[in-house]
Design a protein around this ligand. Structure first.
Ligand SMILES: [Zn+2]
Length: 157
């Protein structure tokens, strides 16, 4: 193969893994949380203990991933309470990046490297996400999720 001039003249597109790695550096935490929790809760903020709808300032806190108290039953909770990710070792950004890696069909090892976690964490959380996607209508839901990731990615400057 003749590639003597390639390094200086040929355009080099990043690999999918490099693109996810770059995304990692420019994520907006609140936008990521709003996106993830919006999907997890079908855009409806409610108390995981009694089901009462969370409104006003508490709803803003809920979508931002902060702890809120239920006005009805007085339990404290966050948007992650009672979901598959309540005890996840991965941050919200890392779960978001894992979704991007899954959309790009990256294997666990390269996904773990670009997300910055170990492969067993990737495997464990991937199974949780796949179970959720199965429950919520499979491929259609998965596609919607990936398009949302692209939207957040497009806001990187
Ligand atoms: Zn409640």
């Amino acid at each position: 193969m003749n590639n003597t001039n390639d390094s200086t003249t040929a355009p080099h597109l990043p690999t999918a893994a490099q693109a996810v790695e770059a995304l990692r550096g420019c994520l907006d935490t609140l936008k990521v949380r709003r996106f993830l929790f919006g999907h997890l809760h079908s855009e409806r903020a409610s108390c995981p203990h009694c089901g009462v709808v969370v409104e006003g300032k508490a709803a803003v806190s809920f979508w931002e991933g902060r702890r809120v108290a239920c006005k009805n039953c007085r339990h404290f909770f966050t948007a992650a309470t009672g979901t598959a990710f309540s005890k996840s070792k991965l941050s919200d950004e890392q779960i978001f990046l894992l979704l991007a890696c899954m959309g790009l069909d990256l294997d666990n090892r390269p996904a773990a490297a670009v997300i910055g976690v170990n492969a067993s964490s990737v495997r464990e959380n991937r199974q949780k996400i796949e179970a959720l996607q199965k429950n919520e209508g499979g491929q259609e839901n998965g596609r919607h999720g990936v398009s949302g990731i692209m939207q957040i990615g497009s806001q990187c400057r």
